[in-house]
Design a binder for this molecule. Structure first.
Ligand code: F6P
Length: 548
């Protein structure tokens, strides 16, 4: 897996650097003018999705050099190692096999010579049976009433995937079930949800891969206390609390019946886990068939990723274009703009997926990464973002590539709204690309009656530099299948980039230090012996103590 040569010293990287010097400032509009078939050639279909990447500062030779870079960095071997169940998470000595969770064929997938598929299918069967029992009202609370509210208690990978997906798939959700997600240790989060639900008709899912995460354990303990305070007995907990974890011992120690536990495995990373039992809220909300369709969509993208050559491979193309802008244009961030209100949590989901995976500065064998790596991922749904931060995308000092994501059809029945939404999506990518020249601004202002100094003073403010790149990703709809393909696409994009940068995308040591210090400060705030700290930390602790 380890490419022996630092990235910037590879022939492909050097060739790309020279190519950027030669062509990087060429206007994209000129590329379109020179090639009437550019849209057809710089677009790709996979797993029902359509990616238009023609509005990028790249030509045929640039794409060929990027594909050469992927080959030189061993992408094909790395991909085979992942699908082959090898321990590619080298710092934790673990396989990385979330693709097994949506392996819909009969093919075995092995870790250490053992096929993981029977266990995967078994959990999936149990999840499906449980979800249908709740949905059909056969699983009842301790007073005999059907469940009306599902509260998922988890954080990070045990929250963002199901929370994002349940919001995205609300049009497919069960009408009796209201979904709630509690993640923050801030008591406002749990208290706000508990104020809206009744103990007798609420099902809590405590989701934690490790079952040690402070936020989740604290929220789960408070939720159980609230449930019991409502008049239920200890024995009733089994009807209202289920667990999702890899840690059966801790689940039992917490007091949840292991019969009500849905397991997964250490080869499923938290941020890659929505396909596992962590997806239980999704299965409850959209049903067994809906969850199967989500897995089907992801599986279709997996097959495409595994089989298509780099030049026609959607995740590879997305990943390589990201590397191109990060490495050669200084783009320190990427904006994700879903033109679908239901995808409002997608940027947050992708923040964890991308930044917890590749937000690192050492290579797999511990050397410094010798190029800028993972950019900041941020965004909001369009059209809202247009009235907030798009100003900076169009006229700010940084080059920020944008991923526009839009479903072609909507289920809300307000056809005019959807047409306008899509018009805005297309208009924004065009405006970013074509910009507006000083000559065009002058013509517009003089047509509006301005002249002389008054006109000239306005020109620089109204010029759009243009030539700002974007991808546009079209989904046929916002269905479970399309969503599965979309999320798998980004997972593989992240993997591709990790291979180019030679980063282990599957550990997250960077979250540990703050957790350890918080535990010590927590003990001090609770009255424990004061620790040794810098002046700022001491001052802040004193301020909190003084207020409590
Ligand atoms: O602190 C980061 C993290 O470890 C994430 O990687 C993970 O998704 C999240 O915490 C939650 O972890 P767990 O599922 O073990 O509670």
């Amino acid at each position: 897996m380890n490419p022996p040569t630092p990235l910037t010293q590879t022939p492909a990287w050097r060739a790309l650097a020279a190519h950027r010097d030669e062509t990087g400032e060429r206007p994209m509009s000129a590329l379109f003018a020179a090639d009437p078939a550019r849209f057809e050639r710089f677009s790709v279909r996979a797993a029902g999705l359509f990616l238009d990447y023609s509005k990028n500062r790249i030509d045929d030779r640039g794409m060929a050099l990027l594909a050469a870079l992927a080959r030189e960095r061993g992408l094909e071997a790395a991909r085979a190692a992942m699908f082959g169940g090898q321990r590619i998470n080298n710092t934790e000595d673990r396989a990385v096999l979330h693709v097994a969770l949506r392996n819909r064929g009969d093919a075995p997938l092995e870790v250490d010579g053992a096929d993981v598929m029977p266990a995967v299918r078994d959990v999936l069967r149990r999840m499906g049976a449980f979800a249908e029992a709740v949905r059909e009202g056969r699983w009842r609370g301790h007073t005999g009433e059907a469940i009306t509210d599902i509260v998922n208690i988890g954080i990070g990978g045990s929250d963002l995937g199901p929370a994002m997906a349940c919001q995205a798939l609300a049009a497919h959700g069960h009408p009796r079930l209201a979904m709630h997600f509690v993640s923050n240790i801030d008591g406002d989060h749990l208290a706000g949800v508990l104020a809206r639900v009744k103990p007798a008709t609420t099902l809590f899912i405590v989701a934690s891969k490790t079952f040690t995460t402070v936020e989740t354990m604290t929220n789960a303990a408070s939720a159980r206390a609230w449930f019991l305070a409502g008049g239920a007995a200890e024995a009733d907990v089994a009807k209202h609390f289920v667990a999702v974890s890899t840690n059966a011992q801790r689940v039992a120690a917490f007091g949840i019946d292991p019969a009500n536990m849905f397991g997964f495995w250490d080869w499923v990373g938290g941020r890659y886990s929505m396909w596992s039992a962590v997806g239980l809220p999704i299965a409850l909300y959209v049903g067994r068939d809906g969850f199967d369709a989500l897995l089907d969509g992801a599986c279709a993208m997996d097959r495409h990723f595994a089989e298509a050559p780099p030049e026609r491979n959607m995740p590879v193309i997305l990943g390589l274009l990201g590397v191109w802008y990060r490495g050669f244009f200084g783009s320190a961030s990427v904006s994700v703009a879903p033109y679908a209100q239901a995808l409002a949590r997608l940027p947050a989901y992708l923040q964890q997926l991308e930044m917890e995976s590749n937000g690192k500065s050492v290579t797999r064998d511990g050397r410094p990464v010798d190029t800028p790596a993972c950019p900041v991922i941020w965004g909001e749904p369009g059209t809202n973002g247009q009235h907030a931060f798009f100003q900076l995308l169009h006229q700010g000092t940084d080059l920020i590539p944008v991923d526009f994501i839009a479903p072609l059809t909507a289920s809300h029945g307000l056809a005019d709204h959807h047409r306008l939404l899509l018009a805005n999506c297309i208009a924004q990518s065009k405006a970013l690309m074509v910009g507006r020249t000083a000559g065009e601004v002058r013509a517009e202002l003089s047509a509006a009656g301005l002249a002389g100094e008054a006109l000239e003073a306005l020109v620089p403010h109204r010029v759009f530099p243009g030539n700002r790149p974007s991808n546009t990703l079209l989904l046929p709809d916002l269905s479970p299948r399309s969503l599965g393909a979309l999320v798998a696409l980004y997972e593989h994009k992240v993997f591709v980039q990790s291979v180019i940068w030679d980063i282990n995308a599957f550990d997250q040591w960077g979250v540990e230090l703050g957790k350890q210090i918080a535990a010590r400060i927590g003990a001090e705030l609770a009255g424990g012996a004061p620790g040794v700290h810098d002046g700022s930390t001491l001052g802040l602790i004193a301020a909190v103590r003084a207020a409590s």
